[in-house]
Design a protein around this ligand. Structure first.
Ligand SMILES: [Zn+2]
Length: 120
């Protein structure tokens, strides 16, 4: 599980560096799906922990809980990164900032002024 997160991190870092490497849309979509299910897994873990601590009247292990919350936050950040990358790659000029669809030949978002050159 941790190795997978590391892999996601590495990919996001690579893309963030805009190293010019070709990023395949299908791979990005795969990462989005995986990140979403990982978020769900962590929410489920969190729920189970709360359930058992309540049911067995144990104290909630705060450290473990905040560990999971941190992980979820981290995953949400990754998800946002991937979605931005996805928007860049679909080339429909879907604005990564305000999500408005623009003409394919527009250089800036007509709604918020986002510079599409930033995608490249
Ligand atoms: Zn916009």
């Amino acid at each position: 599980m941790d190795r997978f997160i590391q892999e996601i991190k590495n990919t996001a870092d690579k893309v963030a560096k805009k190293s010019g490497e070709l990023v395949e849309l299908s791979k990005v979509k795969l990462h989005i799906g995986n990140t979403k299910s990982e978020i769900n897994t962590n929410f489920k873990k969190l729920g189970e922990m709360l359930y058992f601590s309540q049911k067995e009247e144990n104290d909630i292990e705060r450290e473990k809980i905040s560990e999971i919350i941190d992980k979820i936050d981290e995953l949400y950040e990754k998800l946002a990164d991937f979605k931005e990358i996805e928007a860049c790659l679909t080339k429909k000029k879907l604005c990564p900032q305000c999500h408005k669809q623009n003409d394919t030949d527009s250089a800036f978002c007509s709604s918020c002024g986002y510079n599409f050159e930033d995608c490249e």
